[in-house]
Design a protein around this ligand. Structure first.
Ligand SMILES: *[C@@H]1O[C@H](CO)[C@@H](O)[C@H](O)[C@H]1NC(C)=O
Ligand SMILES: *[C@@H]1O[C@H](CO)[C@@H](O)[C@H](O)[C@H]1NC(C)=O
Length: 119
C-alpha cells in the first residue's frame, strides 16, 4: 500500500516535470510573464477597472480609466496581471502600471501596486 502511494507520487511528479521546465514556446514558465495578446478582452478591462477603483479608494483619488495600453500575466497561486493603462486624473491623462493578483476560483482580487509610468 505504502509502496503504491510512493509510486503514485513519483509518477505524478514526473508528469508535472515537463510543465515546470517547459520553455516559452511550449507553455508558460512558472514565474515568467506572458504578454496579453487581446488587450480588449472584457476580463482585462475588468481587471483594469478594478485597479483604478481600488487605487481611488485607497488614495482618495478620482482617476478615470480610459484604456489598457498593454499587459502581461504571470501564473502564481492564481494569476498576476501587470497592466499599463491610461487614466484621466482630472483633465490630465497619464499612464499608470497596475499589478492585480487574482484567484478567480475564490473571487479574490488584490491591487498589489499602482504606479505612474514615467515618460
Ligand atoms: C492627480 O492630480 C493631482 C493634482 O494635480 C495630484 O496631486 C495627484 O498626485 C495626481 N494623482 C495621480 C494618481 O496621478
Ligand atoms: C492586498 O494588497 C495590499 C498591498 O499589497 C496589502 O496591504 C493587503 O494586505 C492585501 N490584502 C489581501 C487581502 O491580501
Amino acid at each position: 500500500m505504502q509502496q503504491n502511494s510512493r509510486f503514485l507520487l513519483l509518477s505524478l511528479s514526473l508528469l508535472f516535470l515537463p510543465f515546470i521546465f517547459s520553455d516559452a514556446k511550449k507553455g508558460p514558465i512558472i514565474g515568467g510573464w506572458t504578454r496579453i495578446k487581446d488587450i480588449k478582452d472584457p476580463h482585462v478591462t475588468e481587471i483594469a477597472e478594478f485597479a483604478v477603483n481600488e487605487y481611488n479608494k485607497l488614495s482618495s483619488s478620482s482617476l478615470v480609466l480610459q484604456k489598457v495600453v498593454k499587459g502581461e500575466t504571470q501564473v502564481v497561486a492564481g494569476i498576476n496581471y501587470r497592466l499599463v493603462l491610461k487614466a484621466k486624473n482630472g483633465s490630465v491623462a497619464k499612464k499608470y502600471q497596475a499589478v492585480v493578483w487574482e484567484k478567480s476560483w475564490l473571487n479574490f482580487r488584490n491591487l498589489t501596486s499602482f504606479t505612474l509610468v514615467k515618460g
